[in-house]
Structures are given as C-alpha cells and as structure tokens.
Design a protein around this ligand. Structure first.
Ligand code: 6PG
Length: 486
C-alpha cells in the first residue's frame, strides 16, 4: 500500500505514536535500524485490530512505500542518531518531502539540520512530543516548529493524533524551525519545577506533619479537583498510595532511592534562561536539587556531620489543617511563578529569533496530553489572550489577584519549612522571585555602587539623566583614566 506517513525509530515512543496514527485511519509505514522492532510493531498493529500499518526492510524500502510528498516522523535518540537517520533516509527523498523530528532535541541541532537539508528542498520540522508512552499512543501534546508549508502537509494527521481538549487538538503551528523544540524544552523545564514543588510539599507533609502515605495520597487526590488539578498531582496521589508487592510491606515510594536522574532538557532550559537574561529561579532550584539528590553518598556522610534545627511543634506551632491549606496555596502560587518564568524564556527567545511564538497558543496546546497538563493552563491561556504583550504572566489582573490572595499562606509555609530545616528551594525561589519582581526599589543600587567602586563600571542616578562614576575613596584617585562624568 502507498502510505500516508512513515515513522522511523521504534523505541517505546515511536511504536506507540505509529499505532496512534494508524488507529486514526492513516496508513503508516514503520522502519527501524534493528528489524525485530519492525516485526514487533507490525504484530502489535495486527493485535490491536488490524490497524493499517506495514513494516519495511530498510531505509530505501521505507521511503519507497510512502506517497508523495513524503511525510516522515523520526523518533530516535537526540543527537548523533538523528543525524545518521536523516543521512540514511534523505538520500532517497525528493524536494518537497518533509522530515519531522519528534525527539527532545537541542534546538540549535534542529536549526543546523534544516539548513543542511535546504539545498535538497527537503523540509525539516522539529516537533516536541509530550505525554510519555500513554500519550504517544492515545493523544500527546505535539509542538511543531518548521516551514508553514510543511506544517500544512502534516497538520491533518497530527491534529487527529494529538490529545483533544475543549478548544481543539493539542497541537498547532508554533513558528519557524527550532521553535517547536524550544517550546518542548521549556515544557520540560516547567515539568522539573512542578515535580520539585510537589516533592517539597510532600516533604513538609511527611517531615513536619508526619502524615502517612495514605493520608497524603488522599490530600493530593482532593487537591486534584481544585485549582491544582493536573496530571502530576493525579499521579502523585497514585504513587503515594501504591503498596509494595516486592516485600508485601509498606509502599513502593518509600523503597525508591532518593536520587533523581535526568536526560538534560531541564539543564538546557536553565542554560537558555541564562543566555536570554531571564530569571528562572524556580526551575533552576529544581535542577540544583536534582544535582544534590544525585550525590547520595555525600549526603549520607553530611547527615552525620551537619546539623539541622531540633525543632518541635512546641517551638514552631503548626496546626495541621492550617498548614495543609497553606501548602495548597503555596503550591499554586509557586507554580504560577514557575510558569511565568518559562513563558518569559520562550518570549525572549522568540523575540531574539524572530519566531513570533504565540504564548497563549503554547498554553493551549499544553492543556492536554502532556506531562504538565493542568487546569491552570486555561487561566494562563485566558490571561495571554486578554493581553498578548503582557510583560509577565503575574501582571495579569486575575493572576496577580490569585497570587496576592495567597502570599500570607505561602510565607507561612516557607517560614515553617525553614524553621524545621526542611529544604523548600523551589517554593522559596518562587516566593523570592515574586518578592523581587514586585519591589519598586531593590538593593541593586548597592550592588551597582560596588561595581563602580572596584571596577569603574559606572551607574545611573535616580535624580538626573546620564552615566556617572564616583571616586568612592582616596585609593581610587590614582586611577587616572576614570573620572566623574555625566
Ligand atoms: C514528556 C516528558 C519526556 C520525558 C523527559 C524526562 O513531555 O513526555 O518530558 O520528554 O519524560 O525527557 O526528562 P528527564 O529525564 O530530564 O527528567
């Protein structure tokens, strides 16, 4: 059969996305470096109701089976394997064909590949896919960036395969090549933030309130039908409730080693935030905490050397009901600030790269299918639709009102956690972001004065125009070339 689309790379995500497309009625040809996965996917398609999916024996055969202009999604490991796959396939492709890379790829690699394919007239699209195995099979969030003509060719297919929400499929044209990978990278940075914030709340519940796993599971379940409703809250409740069937005692989560791995998209997010001069303290704190968690052996030694406070509830009184309410408010407010940071990075990159990414569209296509799907995204979409030039999400009147209503609770949580020696770096980072951003005057006047003192870096004044340098003390008089100037 002549296939509507090809999918190359049949690891978990590839297999499931191929089956998803086939189950929507598209004829899919699949290919993979090792043939066993091709056979496996073809068999799965048969078992799942004779889905229209065929295998291929190699790159040439794979390309031959596709109708023109050919549309190919590749889902192989980011980096070198993507280059190799493109080289293997592109030799059989023609001008007008489209390659879509669905991996978590560094956007600069995507920009380079698009350029390399340009002379051949092959269109290249970088499309972030979120939702894990389940999402890939039943409806992920798809974040494509590439030439509009190429997007138009794949749109009928991806729109049907994406998760569907109240206002359509969780996909849409984000902008030129690179923008799709970028938006997915930020999605992952936000994912790191969400996960860390939830972990901190769990830590306070467990360490300060001494709640049982079942109690915590129930609270997260309840929270999931409030403004905190989200996939990550939902799975947290399920994780906490899961009994261990290896030992038949206790809960799986308590046996899981406290070391967080990572593939790197969160690190890229922070690198990019620095590159664009955007503050992203919540996501940075989440990344830092993963690094600290990874040093388990050091932490074990440190726990015998470094002392925390020996606080009891008598010294810092905690009221269970109050603290739980506060945690809920703090989690929500801190999450909003983290999303504001993520969107700020996308905006800065989009301006620098002239991508023209619509932030409310990003929020819209994160509403379903992806790991950070959450009720909050509707509010973000609404805020950005009200004013697409909003300099910061937290300046939207509705969002600002929600934050202002929660600051007292948020502060109580951070103060309590500090008192008990429970690290809450992301909750506190978000609060500090909020407190720094809302201040008309920061102590940056002193920092800038220090810069001028030791380096003659100059400063501006609050009372008059111009650039100034001060001879702060006698020792600086000897620096002949630096003078007071306006
Ligand atoms: C998704 C996830 C997915 C993956 C991350 C995990 O959107 O489906 O983000 O891309 O789970 O790569 O990232 P770390 O391994 O860096 O935690």
């Amino acid at each position: 059969m002549s296939c509507d689309i090809g999918l190359y790379g049949l690891a978990v995500m590839g297999q499931n996305f191929a089956l998803n497309m086939a189950s929507k009625g598209f004829k899919v040809c699949v290919g993979n470096r090792s043939p066993s996965k091709v056979e496996l996917t073809v068999n799965r398609a048969k078992e799942e109701g004779s889905l229209p999916l065929v295998g291929s024996s190699g790159p040439e055969d794979f390309v031959k089976q596709l109708s023109k202009p050919r549309k190919i999604v590749i889902l192989v490991m980011a980096g070198k394997p993507v280059d190799e796959t493109i080289a293997n396939l592109s030799q059989y492709l023609d001008a007008g064909d489209v390659i879509v890379d669905g991996g978590n790829e560094w956007f600069h690699n995507t920009l380079r590949r698009a350029k390399e394919l340009e002379p051949k007239g092959i269109h290249f699209v970088g499309m972030g896919i979120s939702g894990g195995e389940e999402g890939a099979r039943n409806g992920p969030s798809l974040m494509p960036g590439g030439p509009k003509a190429a997007y138009d060719l794949i749109e009928p297919i991806i729109s049907k395969c994406a998760a569907q929400v109240n206002d359509g499929p969780c996909t849409g044209y984000l902008g030129p090549v690179g923008s799709g990978n970028y938006v997915k990278m930020i999605h992952n940075g936000v994912e790191y933030g969400d996960m860390q914030l939830i972990a901190e709340v769990y830590d306070v519940m467990k360490t300060v309130l001494k709640l049982s796993n079942d109690e915590m599971a129930k609270i997260f379940e309840e929270w999931n039908s409030t403004e905190l409703e989200s996939y990550l809250i939902e799975i947290t409740s399920k994780i906490l409730a899961k009994k261990d069937d290896v030992t038949d005692t206790g809960y799986v989560v308590d046996y899981v080693l406290d070391k967080t791995g990572m593939k790197g998209t969160g690190r890229w997010t922070i690198q990019e935030a620095a590159e664009r001069s955007i503050a992203a303290p919540t996501m940075a704190a989440s990344l830092d905490t993963r690094y600290i968690s990874a040093r388990k052996d050091e932490r074990v030694k440190a726990s015998a050397i470094l002392k925390g406070p020996e606080m009891t509830s008598a010294e810092i009184p905690v009221h269970k009901g109050q603290l739980l309410d506060d945690l809920k408010s703090a989690l929500y407010a801190a999450k909003v600030c983290s999303y504001a940071q993520g969107l700020g990075i996308i905006r800065a990159a989009s301006d620098d790269m002239k991508w023209n990414v619509d932030l409310s569209e990003c929020a819209r296509l994160w509403k379903g299918g992806c790991i950070i799907r959450a009720a909050l995204l509707q509010k973000i979409q609404d805020a950005l639709a009200r004013d697409k030039n909003l300099p910061n999400l937290i300046l939207d009147p509705v969002v600002a009102g929600e934050l202002n209503d929660r600051t007292a609770a948020w502060r109580r949580v951070v103060v309590t956690a500090v008192g008990y020696g429970v690290a809450t770096p992301a909750l506190a980072a978000s609060l500090n972001y909020f407190d720094a951003y809302r201040r008309e005057r920061l102590p940056a006047n002193l920092t800038q004065s220090q810069r001028d003192f030791f380096g003659g870096h100059t400063y501006e004044r609050t009372d008059r125009e111009g650039v100034f340098h001060c001879l702060w003390d006698d020792s600086h008089k000897s620096i002949g070339d630096i003078k007071e100037r306006t």
